[in-house]
Ligand binder design. Structure first.
Ligand code: ADP
Length: 539
């Protein structure tokens, strides 16, 4: 083999590998699309045709040569057909094939391709003592028009679709047409003008190289708007480089056995390389899927947030509307109890007292609702000042003492340590939090006393209040969800029906805004509970 042949073989090998990789990659990009499939078929037939076409220049034995030419013609028929097929389906995912396609074009192609294998297309003729030549037969009368119409038909179909296409799809057509023109010019120059007019036939075997522009541009057009990611492209390049190195090794091999080994590694490299690319592509597809799911989820979340906002607004408006009449009910009940409208009989007083208590509780629940909507809408404002926790707790205990006494319980304040117990806090909010905790301790205990311990952790700069009761306790299951909205223990609903399960949630949000901490401890049901609140100490 001379250097020209070596180089030629090398380039044909590289283009064949590149076409194979491209066809495979594009097919895996969307296996269900007819365009992608057509591209793969076209790539495969191009490769097989290129190999046989190349062999034509290497075979000397006349009858093998004849058969090789016939196989080339057989493949060329399918090549032309698949070109038409690709142009016909591009760029759709699904195409319905018309009758003429199924019942005329396809059968004629099948017949012609087999005709190419018979003496009707080519025979061998001795032209001199030891030289023979292939001679075309009458089969050419079918073969040539079929190939001609397939190619022209394909191009016309592209042009027609391009006219109708707009925007990005139009650009895709431009790429394909550019690729076909390049391939067409290359084939015209090297496979027709040079051999026909200048008797330069050395380029004839390199069909693969001339077809490459078409394949490359078409492949690019197919995936252009669905670009594969960098990782996939790098893997493809990596495989291609391996293939090139392997080909170099084959070409430079000095013995037949070295060549055989080279060829076997070439096949292996190609198989492993392709499965590697396939893996990467699958990963890319999976990532795309996950990205899509994440996007859907984000949209759903956004929608939920909208709904939540609307709900908050609704609750806010409804609560405001409820509060005014309730304040009036509670106010008048209070005045009735105070005797502003004359003395009440014992029975009436009891009834009015119930009205007063219930409306009072309802006001608290509505306050919680309003607090929640304010927190969720980010409208809750805090005024931080120095709050004397000792004074705050004393005041609260005084206020809640009567409620405890009703249940025969005692509130005991235990102050651990000397000095001031000042916290940086919003007085009203922290009072609400503490009131809620003490109120809960009263609500969820039957007997005994409630210890309210105040402690200063100077080392950490914290003030801690712990409210300990000997009541119903908290089960581990309830503990998990204790500070969530509307969370109430199962049994609690029977003991204390009016609770809303909002108090602790609001308390937690308020303590969070103070950069503090709130948590609960309980050894289990029936074993009492302790609620702790830690705030920043003021020194
Ligand atoms: P509510 O008291 O209106 O139900 P909270 O948010 O204040 O709402 O409390 C939520 C739930 O936490 C209560 O329903 C109860 O199950 C439990 N819980 C709160 N404080 C105590 C406590 N001191 N002892 C036992 N369980 C409690």
């Amino acid at each position: 083999m001379d250097i020209f042949n070596h180089l030629g073989l090398f380039f044909v090998g590289v283009t064949i590998a590149a076409i194979g990789i491209l066809g495979f990659v594009i097919f895996y990009n969307n296996r269900k699309s007819q365009t992608h499939r057509a591209f793969l078929f076209f790539s495969i037939i191009t490769i097989i045709w290129s190999v046989f076409n190349y062999l034509t220049s290497q075979i000397i034995k006349p009858d093998i040569f004849l058969w090789n030419v016939r196989v080339v013609m057989f493949l060329a028929t399918w090549h032309a057909f698949l070109f038409f097929h690709l142009c016909f389906v591009f760029p759709s995912e699904r195409v319905l094939f018309p009758r003429w396609y199924k019942f005329a074009l396809l059968p004629i192609t099948v017949i012609t391709s087999f005709l190419a294998l018979t003496p009707l297309l080519f025979t061998l003729k001795d032209i001199s003592f030891n030289s023979t030549e292939t001679v075309p037969g009458p089969g050419m009368l079918i073969f040539l028009p079929l190939v001609f119409f397939s190619i022209i038909g394909g191009l016309l179909s592209l042009l027609r679709k391009r006219k109708k296409a707009e925007g990005l799809v139009r650009k895709q057509f431009q790429y394909i047409l550019l690729g076909s023109s390049l391939t067409f010019v290359l084939l015209l120059v090297f496979n027709f003008i040079l051999p026909a007019f200048f008797l330069q036939r050395d380029f004839l075997p390199f069909g693969a190289m001339f077809l490459f522009p078409f394949i490359a541009f078409t492949g690019f057009a197919i995936v252009k708007y669905n670009l594969l990611n960098i990782k996939a492209i790098t893997t493809e390049l990596f495989v291609l480089i391996l293939v090139i190195l392997n080909l170099l090794q084959i070409i430079l091999s000095e013995s037949t056995s070295a060549m055989i080994i080279g060829l076997s590694t070439f096949v292996l490299v190609l198989i492993f390389g392709l499965s590697l690319i396939r893996g990467v592509l699958q990963e890319v597809a999976q990532r795309k899927k996950i990205e899509q799911i994440a996007k859907d989820l984000a949209e759903a979340n956004e929608h939920l947030r909208e709904l939540d906002k609307e709900k908050s607004e609704f609750v806010s408006i409804a609560s405001h509307q409820l509060r005014t009449p309730l304040t009036a009910i509670s106010g008048y009940a209070s005045m009735l109890l105070e005797g502003s409208y004359g003395k009440l009989s014992k029975k009436t007083e009891e009834a009015v007292n119930r009205i007063f208590q219930s409306s009072g509780r309802l006001v608290l629940i509505i306050e919680d609702f309003l607090d929640i909507t304010k927190i969720e809408q980010g409208r809750m404002t805090y005024q931080f000042t120095t709050v004397d926790m000792k004074g705050l707790l004393r005041g609260l205990i005084e206020e809640l003492e009567p409620r405890a006494r009703e249940k025969n319980m005692k509130l005991v304040l235990k102050i651990n340590g000397q000095g001031s117990f000042n916290a940086t806090a919003d007085f009203g909010k922290i009072r609400q939090v503490m009131s809620n905790l003490i109120d809960n301790a009263i609500k969820y205990s039957g007997v005994g006393h409630i210890d309210i311990a105040l402690l200063k952790d100077s080392a950490r700069g914290r003030i801690r209040v712990s409210v300990h009761d000997t009541g119903i306790g908290i089960s581990p299951q309830t503990m998990e969800k204790l500070f969530q909205k509307f969370s109430r223990a199962e049994g609690v609903k029977k003991i204390y029906t009016e609770g809303s399960g909002l108090g602790l949630y609001v308390a937690q949000e308020m303590v969070k805004a103070h950069h503090g901490r709130i948590w609960a401890e309980s050894e289990g049901e029936g074993k009492g509970s302790t609620f702790h609140v830690e705030l920043l100490a003021e020194d």
